[in-house]
Ligand binder design. Structure first.
Ligand SMILES: *Cc1c(COP(=O)(O)O)cnc(C)c1O
Length: 383
């Protein structure tokens, strides 16, 4: 097969420049508006974004903050937790989900993930419970949700708080215990997301948000994020300073109306990958679960026979980028080996961290580019 280079290259993991071209006119106008108004902190862009995202997320409360890691920290600080309380979290995740637990002197109890979905398993949650368990952080990794229809009843029965790490699955719908579908991040007590530029809904800098249904909890989250104050210069609790700024909110206001369309394009790109890679003996394609949409923050395959790094190098030589999310599980990280506790086997996590490879994924990938990528993946195994 021959490919004409100018219809293929460049291939990016994420293509923010192309996306900017699509929204440029409206965005520039909004950014100019912020500059003219002088309202850089809070202000109308932040208020309208919080309202718009809240409406999009099945009418939940949205509190903007400085980044997704802060969102998780603020969420934990807003709940009634004490040092030593146990929080169940998967070991196969981005560091933030475990880091904030450790930072607040809570105890991370790390559990395994399923090797086909990369999501925490409900059996493991049950096996990891103890009398000191107070909270669970399901991480909706790579674009699809943990099985909340099974997790929530377990949490409810024991009065455990559920904090959804929804940094990678914004816009996905997830099955509730009532048999309905709700927006990811709104099924637990509290949800968190990140607007890091490469996320499905990203700004042009750092940003994040906390979602809460309960009015009183929403007030607490706002207080924690704003120096523990409700009335200016009266500090009722120890908080942090974590804000979404107006420039970032302007970017997000411009992008939010496109989110569903962009997620649909990611799903199309994933279908193109699936068609070409399914049933390949050396590759395991990501499994779609029945209880959640997949919004493909990442399209992550597993490579058998210890050949992952070799394949990555080979693809690199064809100017095909790829990334390893995540090469080292949290229980093997120097920062956390002494901090985390494990009560279940982490065998799948340990195995897949050596096998996973994330392929280019963004709304503007063409079928020709995906064909080229998959052609070279097959070529690698045929040589
Ligand atoms: C990106 C991400 C975060 C943290 O977001 P930042 O905005 O980078 O702080 C947390 N959890 C997961 C799963 C993420 O992917």
């Amino acid at each position: 097969m021959s490919y004409s280079p100018d219809t293929i290259h460049p291939i990016h993991m994420v293509d923010l420049q192309k996306q900017y071209q699509q929204i440029k006119d409206e965005l520039n106008q909004r950014l100019n508006g912020v500059l003219e108004s002088g309202a850089f902190i809070q202000g109308p862009e932040v208020k309208s974004f919080e309202a718009a995202l809240g409406q999009y997320l099945d009418n939940t409360h949205v509190i903007g903050c400085a980044n997704g890691t802060d969102a998780l920290q603020i969420a934990l600080m807003s709940l009634d937790l004490e040092p030593g309380d146990e929080v169940i979290v998967p070991s196969f995740t981005f560091v933030a989900s475990v880091e904030v637990i450790a930072l607040l002197r809570l105890k991370p109890i790390v559990i395994d993930v399923d090797s086909r979905t990369y999501l925490m398993r409900i059996e493991d949650v049950e096996a990891a419970l103890s009398p000191r368990t107070r909270a669970i952080i399901p991480v909706h990794l790579f674009g699809q949700c943990v099985d909340m229809s099974k997790l929530m009843p377990i949490a409810r029965a024991r009065e455990l708080q559920v904090i959804e790490d929804n940094a990678q699955s914004i816009g996905a719908k997830c099955l509730t215990p009532d048999g309905e579908y709700r927006m990811a991040g709104t099924l637990g007590e509290i949800g968190c997301t990140s607007f890091y530029p490469s996320k499905n809904l990203g700004c042009y800098g750092d940003g994040g948000a906390v979602f809460a249904k309960d009015e009183a909890l929403t007030q607490r989250v706002r207080m924690v994020a704003n120096h523990g104050m409700q009335r200016r210069y009266y500090h009722d609790m120890v908080g942090v300073n974590s804000r979404l700024d107006s420039m970032q909110a302007a970017v997000l206001n411009t992008k939010l109306p496109h989110l569903d369309e962009w997620n649909a394009k990611r799903q199309q790109a994933a279908r193109w990958y699936d068609e070409r890679l399914e049933n390949h003996e050396s590759i395991i394609t990501p499994l779609r679960v029945g209880w959640s949409d997949h919004v493909y923050h990442q399209y992550t395959i597993r490579v058998r026979d210890d050949r992952r790094d070799e394949l990555q190098q080979y693809l690199g030589a064809q100017k095909i980028p790829s990334m390893i999310y995540y090469p080292v599980p949290m229980h093997e990280q120097l920062a956390f080996t002494e901090v985390v506790r494990r009560r279940v086997s982490l065998a799948q996590t340990e195995r897949i961290s050596k096998e996973v490879l994330s392929l280019p994924m963004h709304p503007d990938l063409t079928e020709t580019q995906i064909d080229y990528i998959c052609h070279h993946i097959r070529q690698f195994f045929n040589q």
